[in-house]
Design a protein around this ligand. Sequence first.
Ligand SMILES: [Zn+2]
Length: 267
Amino acid sequence: MLPSRYFIDLTQPEIAAQFKQNPLVILPAGSVEQHGPHLPTGTDTFASAVIGHAVAERMDGLVLPATPFGVTPMHMPFEGTITLTPETYIRVVIETCVSTAKHGAKSLLILNWHEGNIPSLAIAAETLHREHDMTVLTVQACYVAEELYGESCNGLTHGGEIEALAVLAHRADLVHLDRIDYSSDHAHGHKMDKLRRTRSYQPVLTDIRSIAPTGWFGSPQHATAEKGTRMLAAIADAIAKEATEIFRQLDGVQGGAAEIKHLRQVG
Ligand SMILES: [Zn+2]
């Protein structure tokens, strides 16, 4: 029985044994960026790590020590934001995962909570699969949260209830609902979020102020730690179930990483 699913909590023999038992690693992807006066700058990083750990418990995997940083030029107008360039971020993601692939990790679940990381993660995922033989699946955990809780939480908004719940489930002491102030206009925020999340059209927005002039919008005032814990479990259940099924299908159609190696040798 492992004391924790966090890679950096474990010893070398524990990790070696776990890779032999189930070569699954989970890479949380988040960001460091302003989240208004009531949520910590690490909100996305906390959310991806804690959901990643809950998924790892359900799927018998390990949570890699990911960089806390993401690609978030959009939030740079506000203090509290630190952004990497896509090039740097892609390299960090690839080199982190390749290190574990060399020691036996074969399946990789990238669990992302920050929309600005999506294009970079797609490039990293391709490389990790095609050049390093990993079976890779990326889940946009923030959208899973929206599917499950969007209706009851007034949508997935920057600094809104869903994000407050994600932090409450993990570090309630970092959430300051008493400091909620200057939320941007909801109708405008929802309209702009909808505009940037369509499948067919992707406008480039100048910065977060084109969505929310004050940097955030939403209705987190009713968020509680208890609801956060329930949301966390529901998201982790949904992701573990779907990811297990998708990995099974991937193994079926591409024979897993071993088959790619075999085909390459034959070719
Ligand atoms: Zn966020």
